[in-house]
Design a binder for this molecule. Structure first.
Ligand SMILES: [Zn+2]
Length: 186
């Protein structure tokens, strides 16, 4: 058997784009070239996700406006799901809607109870253009829905309402990484 390489081991971590960065709110473009540049992007995305101790990362979180995400995420049974999807499409969400803790590398240190379906199916392609179908339940289904939202220019806080939304946005505005924090006397 050929030696298996660890995803991200040849990648370079990039700085993360944070809430308020326009890269996070613009919908991403479909990938059209399954080439070495795409393979390098995916390696860099794994490296960035691991460096930031995340369970998922979308390309626009490092400022690349392409429909790609990577994940290394447990489900509620503690099964590990590791992989990436190019041009993903959320084709099915069902099961009960569960409000559970959710965070994002683009809003570091903040978490909020966010409603998500318990089951999700996403289709897409591998780095080399092979079709893939990824099915998730529990926390991994949450991750799949979260990453698909990113590629459409969305953030998990868009799913919050009322007090939960106000609390999360207030915490983000006060966070040390918030835009304008350097002018607030910190
Ligand atoms: Zn996120």
């Amino acid at each position: 058997m050929p030696p298996r390489t660890i995803p991200g081991s040849s990648g370079r971590p990039h700085p993360l784009r944070l809430l308020g960065d326009p890269a996070l709110t613009a919908p991403c473009q479909e990938v059209t070239a399954f080439d070495g540049e795409l393979a390098r992007l995916i390696e860099d995305m794994y490296a960035t996700m691991y460096a930031a101790h995340g369970v998922g990362l979308a390309a626009n979180q490092i400022g690349v406006p392409l429909r790609v995400f990577v994940y290394d995420c447990p489900d509620d049974e503690d099964r590990r799901h590791l992989g990436h999807l190019v041009n993903p499409r959320l084709v099915e969400t069902d099961g009960p809607v569960i409000r559970g803790p959710e965070g994002c590398l683009s809003l570091p240190g903040i978490e909020a109870g966010t409603p998500r379906h318990d089951h999700a199916v996403v289709t897409g392609y591998s780095a080399t253009g092979e079709p893939r179908t990824v099915t998730g339940t529990g926390f991994f289904a949450r991750c799949l829905q979260h990453e698909c939202d990113h590629l459409d220019g969305g953030l998990y806080v868009d799913h919050l309402t009322g007090l939960r939304r106000r609390r999360a946005l207030r915490a983000a505005a006060r966070a040390p990484w918030a835009a304008g924090a350097e002018t607030s006397g910190r």
